[in-house]
Design a binder for this molecule. Structure first.
Ligand code: E4P
Length: 215
């Protein structure tokens, strides 16, 4: 059961990584663009923070994705996971990189069929997009559950990385449905700590402690 942060904001990653609870980071072109920085500067800083698994997305034609994936994996070493799109070319590159023992994350997964193909290509991770499925009136969590069931029935080693998470409920239900990893935006991670009854309970205990201290 691993928690990844879905962000390219290195200050936020540094803050949350210090908790010891974060197992990795996923980025994508949109998140990198939002950071306003060069992708490789971002990856280097995340690596320097100590994160051991960083998804780095590649794009373009088959040869471009392969060359870029290999170059990034050589530059950043063991911490790199090459993120590839769920396309025909993306899966060919997944297959070549996995033969070279490079970790891969097949992204933009929206169906069980796609997850089956990505596993056959040797993907380390598949990323079903829960939130974007929900937006289309398809239960994203059910897609996660079905992929996990199929992988478990057939003893597939590819891990399910639940992505496009927009709430604590979607994050924890992903684990409930069998996801190995959930990548979540930092604000969702923050909210996982909170419960109104914890706050109320703490208030009561603290009031009782101050009464005890008066004795
Ligand atoms: C992470 O791997 C995905 O790129 C990300 O979770 C997509 O999230 P979004 O649908 O909120 O953009």
């Amino acid at each position: 059961m691993k928690i990844f942060l879905d962000t390219a904001d290195t200050d936020v990653i540094r803050k949350h990584f210090a908790t010891g609870i974060i197992d990795g980071v996923t980025t994508n072109p949109t998140l990198i663009r939002k950071s306003g920085r060069d992708p490789e500067d971002v990856y280097q800083e995340i690596k320097d923070i100590g994160v051991k698994d960083i998804s780095m997305e590649v794009s373009g034609c088959l040869d471009m994705m392969y060359d870029e994936g290999l170059r990034l994996s050589e530059k950043f070493g063991d911490v790199s996971t090459i993120k590839l799109p769920m396309t025909r070319d993306g899966l060919i590159v997944t297959r070549h990189l996995s033969k070279k023992l490079v970790r891969t994350n097949v992204t933009l997964i929206f169906s069980i069929a796609q997850a089956v193909l990505a596993a056959k290509a040797g993907a380390t991770y598949v990323s079903p997009f829960v939130g974007r499925l929900d937006d289309q009136q398809v239960a994203g969590l059910e897609v996660v559950r079905s992929i996990c069931d199929v992988y478990s029935t057939h003893r597939v080693r590819t891990q399910v990385l639940s992505a496009s998470i927009r709430s604590v409920q979607r994050a924890v239900k992903s684990f409930h449905n069998g996801a190995d990893i959930v990548t979540m935006p930092p604000d969702v991670f923050e909210k996982m700590y909170d419960h109104i009854l914890t706050d109320k309970g703490l208030e009561i205990f603290e009031a009782d402690i101050s009464e005890i201290n008066k004795l």
